[in-house]
Write a protein that binds this ligand. Structure first.
Ligand SMILES: Cc1ncc(COP(=O)(O)O)c(C=O)c1O
Length: 447
């Protein structure tokens, strides 16, 4: 087990009040008791009566009811939600409705289909604004998280000698866009982590008078360690430095407070349960960025000499966007909101703890993530992670990710061939987590 650094203890949920922490602890305790009860119950059923275990065990929200939104979940054991989540019926229905009832382009045309499309598309922006508790016009839609980070990297007016600080915890999406700026004479400083956590003190030491921006993941996709973003944001703002947070693994999984975040890169297709090809960028000050792509739908007027751009968000969204995807994202956000992000967090944390405890006990298994996160990376002695993940699929249709996870500097520091990563979603059941543990036991011959 990777120890949590001492300085980090007590900061994990620094965005939250003491009352929230106590509530979360009580909720955790309640879930644990319910889980123990259900596990005992199903054990008795399994052993004495020989019938399969029941699924669903949350006192927080009804997981069984939620799973009806995801028919695919009855066909496999999906433990790859950190990569992309499954899409609920309500989202797919909204996309079908768009295609079959009113499909047209967004922001163009006066006819009724174009008006309805624009209205529905903008509804999603308002829903996301409400969800993040920010004004909707500070949000632009993107293809994904990667696109959102690149919008900041390419939209900032850099001067030679400017410095960006990032970390060795990053996904390539929050590393390469910065590294590529070296071509423009920007200095990129990459700071180390301590067992998966960025020490705010290390960051403070690294800031110089040349530092303009800090780019940090909220939760690295290999380890699931929640970073002290609020404290880092405060340090950065005190030094006059902007903060970009990669929210790929945080938004929709736990509450994100944007007080000290200047730019938040958001996937639509992970914690928000939207379709693939959707994402967003929150900008505290949309005028701080220039547009990096140009085309139709972003101007007030164009003459041979003058181009007058529309105000944000329109000026950042030229060309026909992923209209069905963004319309499908709206009901998905509503679904996440109706479950409650705090409840999702407590539920996923509990599943993660169960996974950690089960896997760690198996001889020959090394777990790299700390206890209590819904993203668990591990390896099996003598097994290639890709080959082993295929064995899990063949054995019980268990879908996990394996390899470098597009975060090679971090992944390769644990194992030259990367890791196996199991990640839960709000719809995962304890039975699915147990199935993974039992399968790993079986495949390692430890059963
Ligand atoms: C931490 C992190 N950042 C960025 C990304 C890239 O996200 P997207 O595929 O939405 O561009 C991922 C994807 O898994 C991720 O986990």
């Amino acid at each position: 087990m990777v120890p949590v650094p001492k300085w980090y203890l007590g900061r994990m949920y620094s965005h939250s009040s003491l009352a929230f922490e106590i509530t979360i602890k009580l909720i955790d305790l309640k879930i644990t008791i319910v889980n123990i009860f259900i596990s005992c119950n199903s054990y008795v059923y399994n052993t004495l009566l020989g019938i399969p275990r029941l699924q669903g065990d949350s006192s927080m929200y009804d997981v069984e009811k939620l799973r009806q939104q995801f028919p695919i979940l009855s066909k496999c054991i999906y433990l790859d939600s950190a990569s992309t989540s499954q899409t609920p019926r309500c989202s797919v229905d909204a996309m079908c409705e768009y295609f079959f009832e009113y499909a047209a382009n967004h922001g163009r045309g006066a006819h009724h289909l174009a008006r309805k499309t624009t209205e529905k598309y903008e509804e999603t922006r308002s829903r996301l604004g409400d969800f993040l508790k920010v004004p909707a016009d500070q949000i632009i839609f993107t293809k994904n998280t990667t696109d959102a980070v690149n919008t900041v990297a390419n939209g900032t007016l850099w001067k030679r000698g400017d410095e960006i600080i990032t970390t060795w915890l990053e996904h390539h999406s929050n590393l390469l866009p910065w590294m590529m700026l070296k071509r423009k004479g920007v200095r990129v400083t990459i700071i180390p982590h301590e067992n998966g956590y960025l020490n705010p003190h290390t960051l403070q030491e690294a800031i110089s008078h040349k530092t303009r921006l800090i780019a940090l993941t909220h939760m690295p996709n290999i380890l699931g360690t929640v970073q002290p973003v609020e404290e880092i944001g405060r340090i950065a703002h005190d030094a006059g430095v902007s903060v970009v947070v990669d929210g790929a693994q945080s938004v929709g999984h736990f509450p994100v407070d944007v007080t000290y975040i200047d730019y938040l890169a958001i996937p639509g297709h992970k914690g928000l349960l939207g379709p693939q090809g959707t994402g967003a960028l929150y900008m505290k000050d949309p005028d701080s960025l220039n547009c990096s792509i140009f085309g139709g739908g972003m101007v007030v007027s164009v003459t041979h000499k003058v181009v007058k751009l529309l105000p944000p968000p329109a000026k950042f969204e030229p060309g026909t966007p992923n209209i069905p995807g963004i319309i499908g994202l709206g009901p998905a956000i509503d679904l996440v909101s109706s479950l409650g992000v705090k409840k999702i967090h407590a539920y996923e944390k509990n599943l993660g703890s169960r996974m950690f405890e089960g896997l760690e006990k198996i001889p020959g298994v090394s777990v790299y993530s700390p206890h209590g996160t819904g993203v668990v990376s591990f390896n099996v002695a003598g097994e290639n992670p890709n080959v082993f993940s295929r064995k899990l699929d063949d054995h019980r249709k268990i879908c996990v990710r394996s390899g470098m996870h597009c975060a090679e500097p971090l992944a390769s520091s644990y194992h030259c061939e990367g890791t196996i990563r199991a990640s839960v979603g709000c719809y995962t059941t304890t039975e699915e987590v147990d199935a993974l543990i039992e399968s790993v036991r079986h495949l390692t011959g430890k059963i």
